[in-house]
Design a protein around this ligand. Sequence first.
Ligand code: APR
Length: 173
Amino acid sequence: MDRRIEIIQGDITTLHVDAIVNAANSSLLGGGGVDGAIHSAAGPQLLEECRTLHGCETGEAKITKGYNLPAAYVIHTVGPIWHGGNNNEDKLLARCYKNGLHLAEQHRVTSIAFPSISTGVYGFPVERASRIALLEMHEHLQHAQSVQKIIAVCFSPHDFGIYQTAVKEFDKN
Ligand code: APR
């Protein structure tokens, strides 16, 4: 696995990186989980800016300032809701990472942190999601322009263990 990818356990809202990624819903008007944590840490101006974006399609990504967050930017993306795996969920989740990283490049972001998109409220199995996430991160770094550091932030020890296993599996193959 590309050495510029780091797996950590923690709270994404505390990270001093150029951009953090939000696992939003299509309204972009806030919610629970990491979306709720990011909005409460960023402050009300984040929602004000989000209102101007008129929502976001699943798999797409949009960028705002970070306001009271240590991060300069928030890249909002909408992951797929898990419906058993035969509704293009894998592809759509991969698109969240691809489009988030593409948007980061467009804004000359050098360091970016991702939560485990779709694996909370949206029910995507974290074992499966972690492999998709890490593969997209690795592939992006093989042709990255400005992105030099990607952090996969796991909120729970359980998820942290699953991501670490996924890295070991990647390195074995
Ligand atoms: N830092 C990092 N990760 C976090 C944090 C945090 N502060 N809070 C939660 N997480 C983790 C969850 O533990 C989970 O692993 O983010 C991952 C994604 O879970 P959700 O936040 O539930 O996001 P998702 O599954 O993509 O569902 C999106 O939930 O909050 C609503 O508005 C959001 O409707 C949207 C839906």
